[in-house]
Design a protein around this ligand. Structure first.
Ligand code: HEC
Length: 439
């Protein structure tokens, strides 16, 4: 008997059986369906009422030639997809397939819903426990933004990279949050596949599909066709509209300039990285295609806009990867925010081993705030680097970001915090929406 409400461990074990088996051949990597088999994530069940028992029956009996409905019976599915599975495997698989459908339904309603609770984080070591998810879960975020290094892949072997994602998938707190909240993700260097890598990484197209598979991007999505994983989404009605823009700072990024090995060692003692500002006119953080796309997004109507970048935007100058390494590109984004007339912009970033709040006043149309989270489950061994835009003190504990928007106020209030595993507030800032527009 399948359990009445599948437990998270079964769902995640089912995901592994699903992907390791024949199912993706006909139902795609995350159940989105393809030419040979139907979408398992949509509203409609072709066979049965969508209960656990009905899903189990479909998997157990399969469909003989002529028995299917979606494709005029042209395609068939062997019992258990032709696999050898025991009772508990079938339970797990059933739990997983059933949960696919629920996940999609939860995601659909949210785009109409007003979003006021958002969590964000970066840098999750899949080889260690990740207790932080329980703290995030308790806050019941509607939206979870993954800022990159979502697994510390650090491998150019795509089979290996998928295995790293499987380890993340079975973390109980993560699995539960994924069922309850909508996730949006971009990548950083280690889940991209090369440490501090950019356009020089020759397996990036393949890596992009591995990433999109894990984050359940439908097979027909434009994100599958474009070069890079950038995307955006808007939530809620005018007056309470949130826009989330996730950049890809890897796929089109040009070469970085480095100091000498001796100088790099000296810098390390000050918590600094080895990079130098590259002010060459052709230095690129984003591809031209992505810049064009970004301009279009910023011209859409929205009240609050979160620009998610895997590496810090405002922070200067740490020597680690950040937009400060490409000053012309950094200025280009500031100019684009001004020229597009986009108000309500906040930046969210990760990558540094510490958490930081930065504000840029002088060059920007209005104060640009950048909230940088530290790793989700790794304590920094390196020191805190310099940052001339730092507001308050930086924090070295594992952390995540949490933001609440009070839309009921005439001038909506934004409370942004960085919290620890024990849910302690490490950094906090309260802003009024009216502060995020030109005076
Ligand atoms: C060779 C192709 C193929 C394979 C492999 C396959 N399926 Fe199917 N599956 C189908 C087809 C075809 C249908 C019926 C479509 C229709 O009704 O038109 C189907 C239907 C289903 C349904 C019922 C969907 C509904 O809307 O009622 C479920 C659930 C399902 N498959 C799960 C699985 C699982 C789990 C696996 C792996 C063990 C698997 N399938 C392997 C082709 C396949």
């Amino acid at each position: 008997m399948a359990p009445a409400a599948p437990d998270p461990a079964a769902v995640e074990r089912g995901a592994v059986i699903y992907r390791g088996g024949t199912c993706p051949v006909c139902h795609h990597w995350e159940g989105q369906g393809n030419r040979r088999g139907p979408d398992l994530t949509d509203e409609e069940w072709l066979h049965g009422d969508g209960s656990l028992a009905a899903v189990r029956t479909a998997i157990e009996t399969g469909f003989r030639h002529g028995a299917g409905r979606r494709f005029g019976g042209k395609y068939e599915m062997w019992p258990l997809g032709g696999m050898e599975l025991d009772e508990s495997d079938v339970d797990a698989l059933t739990a997983y397939v059933w949960s696919l459908h629920r996940r999609r339904r939860a995601a659909d309603t949210l785009t109409r819903e007003v979003v006021s609770r958002i969590a964000f984080g970066s840098g999750a070591d899949q080889d260690r426990a990740q207790p932080i998810w329980d703290t995030v879960l308790a806050l019941r975020p509607q939206l979870m933004l993954m800022l990159g290094n979502n697994v510390l892949g650090g491998t150019e072997d795509m089979r290996e990279l998928r295995l790293q994602y499987d380890k993340l998938a079975v973390k109980p707190g993560f699995a539960e949050l994924r069922r309850q909240s909508r996730f949006m993700a971009t990548w950083n260097d280690l889940d991209f596949g090369r440490e501090d890598g950019g356009a020089d990484f020759d397996r990036r197209a393949e890596s992009q599909q591995v990433f999109l598979d894990f984050w359940s991007e439908p097979s027909g999505s434009p994100r599958r066709q474009q070069q890079g994983v950038y995307t955006s989404q808007r939530f809620g009605p005018p007056g309470r509209r949130l826009q989330v823009i996730l950049l890809d700072t890897r796929y089109g990024r040009g070469p970085l300039w480095r100091v000498s090995p001796d100088e790099a060692r000296r810098r390390e003692t000050q918590g600094m990285g080895p990079y130098l500002p590259n002010d060459h006119e052709r230095a690129r953080m984003l591809s031209e295609e992505q810049w064009r796309w970004l301009g279009q997004q910023l011209r859409q109507a929205a009240d609050v806009r979160l620009i998610v970048t895997s590496i810090p935007f405002v922070m200067e100058f740490t020597g680690w990867e950040s937009w400060a390494n490409m000053p012309n590109e950094r200025q280009r984004l500031i100019d684009l925010i001004r020229d597009s007339g986009a108000t309500g912009v906040l930046l969210l970033s990760g990558h540094t081993p510490w958490a930081d709040v930065s504000r840029l006043d002088a060059e920007a149309p209005y104060p640009l705030w950048d909230f940088t989270t530290g790793p989700l489950n790794r304590r920094a061994t390196a020191g805190i680097g310099p940052n001339r835009h730092r507001i308050g003190a930086a924090a070295r504990e594992p952390s995540f970001g949490y933001m609440e928007i009070d839309w009921t106020a005439a001038d909506p209030e934004l409370r942004i915090e960085v919290r620890s595993v024990a849910n302690r507030r490490l950094l906090r800032q309260t802003l009024r929406l009216s502060e995020l527009q030109p005076k």
